[in-house]
Ligand binder design. Structure first.
Ligand SMILES: [Zn+2]
Length: 373
């Protein structure tokens, strides 16, 4: 929901004032101070022979980052992920040009395409949103190898938190739990009644049934609209996004950015919140953060930047994670995890299918009898 940025940025400034170390758009004086400090730091470390000992990464490659993790100096990894980690699962990227989403919306007779994700429009005309949700509803929720790589980071005790822009719930399906995850743009996993005095909660199955029966979801208690907990244009990001970010980023030892081109604020701005010596690894199909942003938001620095601890690995997220896992000695374990979890999902889907066809068969046999009567 890229246009959410304007409102969200205002929100961010109220809730979470910029920390001093958000260097790249700081004032000239501060920047000069930083350069001076860096110069002095370099001078001291080189004249004292500390240069190599101080170096966080031996080389600016995937290998260098893997060695850093193996060295034991990296305890807190933060993942920042976007639509690119879910494309191999068949989840369309709403925002990507070329998916034809906005071109497809003509049939809904919207005043303008973005209205479909605008909260005020939705409250008056919920039909287009739910029609689109049905059209785009994934046939299967099967996390990708990249999702399981993040789960592996958690299992091995490295994951401080995963910040996701995705609303597809695949991180949860892969086994991340509430505390592991910040769903910055909300989630389809839960829904709530839009009435402030009610706010009744509904689960994914309930919402899916409504979407597929083309029933506009209404609250069982008060008959108000029920909306999936995704962040619409004109809505705030979850408060947890702002509170967690302040706790997490100063303690980050490695920022792993995957499947996002860092174009949506305030999410993209998170990359500037780690310390100067914290390595940032981007695994993405293209370099990120170089596209001009919404005029009202502060641009994050181009990525990778001039920092000497930034690494960009240009590949799909799955390929990048597999290569990374291999360097870490986790490849077999990761592949086994994917295989096992996918088998579980497949067998559940088959059970459901069997249940459905049994149900259909029962209906089928009942029908002729009714006809006889
Ligand atoms: Zn209600």
């Amino acid at each position: 929901m890229s246009d959410a940025s304007e409102h969200l940025t205002e929100e961010e400034e109220v809730i979470a004032p910029e920390p001093e170390d958000q260097s790249d758009d700081s004032s000239g004086d501060e920047a000069a101070g930083d350069t001076e400090m860096d110069f002095l730091r370099n001078l001291f470390s080189s004249s004292l022979g500390l240069g190599s000992a101080d170096k966080v990464l031996d080389e600016l490659t995937l290998e260098g980052v893997a060695e850093y993790i193996k060295s034991g100096k990296c305890e807190n990894i933060i993942c920042m992920v976007g639509a690119g980690i879910s494309t191999s699962a068949g989840i369309p990227d709403f925002r990507s040009p070329g998916t034809g989403l906005y071109a497809n919306l003509q049939k809904y007779k919207l005043p303008y395409p973005e209205a479909i994700f605008q909260i005020d429009y939705f409250k008056k005309h919920p039909e287009p949103f739910f029609a689109l949700a049905k059209e785009l509803y994934p046939g299967q929720f099967k996390p990708t190898l990249c999702h399981y790589f993040i789960k592996l980071l958690k299992d091995k005790g490295y994951l401080r938190r995963c910040y996701t822009q995705n609303i597809d719930t695949l991180e949860r399906v892969a086994g991340l739990e509430g505390d592991d995850l910040i769903e910055a743009h909300g989630t389809f996993y839960t829904s709530h009644c839009v009435s402030f005095s009610c706010r009744q909660k509904y689960n994914l199955d309930w919402m899916r049934d409504k979407i597929f029966s083309e029933d506009i979801p209404r609250c069982d208690k008060c008959k108000s609209l029920v909306k999936p907990d995704i962040v619409f244009f004109g809505e705030s990001l979850p408060v947890r996004f702002f509170t967690s970010m302040k706790m997490d980023f100063p303690r980050c030892d490695l920022l792993l950015i995957m499947g996002t081109s860092l174009q949506v604020q305030p999410f993209a701005g998170l990359v500037g919140r780690v310390s100067k010596s914290c390595p940032r690894l981007l695994i993405n199909m293209e370099k990120a953060g170089q596209v001009s942003l919404h005029p009202n938001t502060k641009s994050p620095p181009p990525f990778p930047s001039v920092r000497d601890v930034d690494v960009a690995h240009i590949s799909t997220c799955d390929d990048g994670c597999l290569a990374f896992a291999e360097l870490l000695g986790w490849k077999a374990e990761l592949e086994e995890l994917v295989k096992q979890e996918h088998a579980k999902i497949d067998s559940l889907a088959e059970q459901e299918k069997a249940g459905e066809s049994e149900g259909a068969a029962a209906e089928g046999s009942a029908a002729p009898e009714q006809e006889k009567e």
